[in-house]
Write a protein that binds this ligand. Structure first.
Ligand code: RIB
Ligand code: CA
Length: 345
């Protein structure tokens, strides 16, 4: 399988964490940089999480950049109730020895795409703050990207941050508006947008976690459950699996507290899979824009599917996939990676 050189811009969080491990595990992904954007937790905490996961996975050779302190115009909002006080659930990762890059996230977007015009795939699973800042600094950046995948937005489905908005867009609506305006025109690719409409069908279950541990030959094989004591820590032997189980358990407990069931929506790992192989999702074309001034609707993504606006199509919205095929792939890849990259405790 040919690997695609990839920039991963994230607000590491629990699902961002699994997306990162999946990218490291997948032969089709060649992660060139991990860029830290404030969102689930503050930017510096995101950066520390990225450094720590890369070190745990033996990939501290990969550049980690710090992004802006906050959104373009509004104060940063974070969601520790969803992802835990440090953004990685109950996981307590070893303190990283490696340090962040000397260049910031926006400069990394600009310089990495300038070195390899037309080759880099961009994957954003957090607010679009740093991509927007990069485009402000270098308006030619969008045309240099081979592909852009955005986990964000919601169209014909309830929001998770306001009634009509999704977190990554709601944190920085101005950035999202500027990014959608910059792509799908002037030789820049149309971003593939993975909205809540689809990513809330990517429901990780305790059975998936059990299969992951078993295929990683980690023992004991643990399946977190709703009757467990909240915060129960994993004791499974494989260190990557152990920290992933601790992270995902927090997410199971959060989703259950939201009456979603004892499951976890794996928004970001799915977007990562689309970044590697867009053919796993069916998409529909539309002109997408972002509401920034509505008192009730700020942060809402709007898709003009019937061309009321008379504006050109600028996005491909992912509308359907096979969630179980995705989980089969994720479990197979991450289990094999965990098995190969750590020795039993
Ligand atoms: O709305 C879900 C998205 O917001 C995911 O990327 C999650 O990690 C948060 O960033
Ligand atoms: Ca995220």
């Amino acid at each position: 399988m040919l690997s695609v050189p990839l920039i991963f811009d994230c607000d590491t969080g629990i699902d961002d964490s699994l997306a990162l491990v999946y990218l490291l595990a997948h032969p089709g992904a060649d992660v060139r940089a991990v860029l830290s954007t404030g969102g689930n937790v503050p930017t510096d905490v995101v950066c520390g999480n990225n450094l720590a996961w890369l070190q745990l996975c033996g990939r501290d050779d990969i550049e980690v950049c710090l992004g802006a302190d906050g959104p373009l115009e509004s104060p940063l909002m974070t969601t520790e109730d969803t992802h835990g006080p440090l953004g990685i659930g109950y996981a307590q990762l070893p303190t990283p020895i490696s340090t962040k890059s000397s260049r910031d996230a926006a400069d990394a977007w600009i310089e990495i795409t300038a070195e390899k015009p037309g080759e880099i795939v961009g994957l954003v699973t957090g607010p679009l703050t740093n991509l927007a800042l990069a485009i402000r600094r270098d308006p030619l950046l969008p045309s240099r990207l081979r592909r852009l995948i955005i986990m964000g937005g919601v169209f014909h489905h309830g929001g998770n941050t306001t009634p009509t908005s999704e977190w990554n867009i709601a944190v920085d609506p101005e950035a999202a508006k500027e990014v959608f305006a910059a792509f799908g025109v002037d030789g820049a690719p149309r971003p593939i947008v993975c909205p809540l409409d689809l990513t809330e069908t990517i429901r990780m279950t305790p059975d998936h976690v059990g299969r992951l541990a078993a295929q990683a030959e980690s023992s004991p094989v643990e399946q977190p459950g709703p009757d467990d004591e909240p915060g129960t820590r994993s004791t499974t032997s494989n260190v990557i699996i152990r920290h992933l189980v601790d992270a995902v358990r927090f997410y199971f407990e959060f989703h259950e507290s939201q009456s979603e069931g004892y499951i976890a929506h794996m928004h970001d790992p799915f977007a990562a899979a689309v970044a590697i192989d867009p053919s796993i999702a069916v998409t529909r074309s539309a002109c997408v824009d972002v509401e920034t001034v509505g008192s009730l609707t700020r942060g809402t993504t709007v898709a003009d599917e019937r061309e009321f606006w008379g504006r050109p199509v600028n996005a491909e919205i992912a509308t359907s996939t096979d969630p179980e095929l995705f989980f089969d792939d994720l479990i197979e890849r991450v289990a094999a990676f965990a098995r190969a990259h750590t020795t039993a405790r």
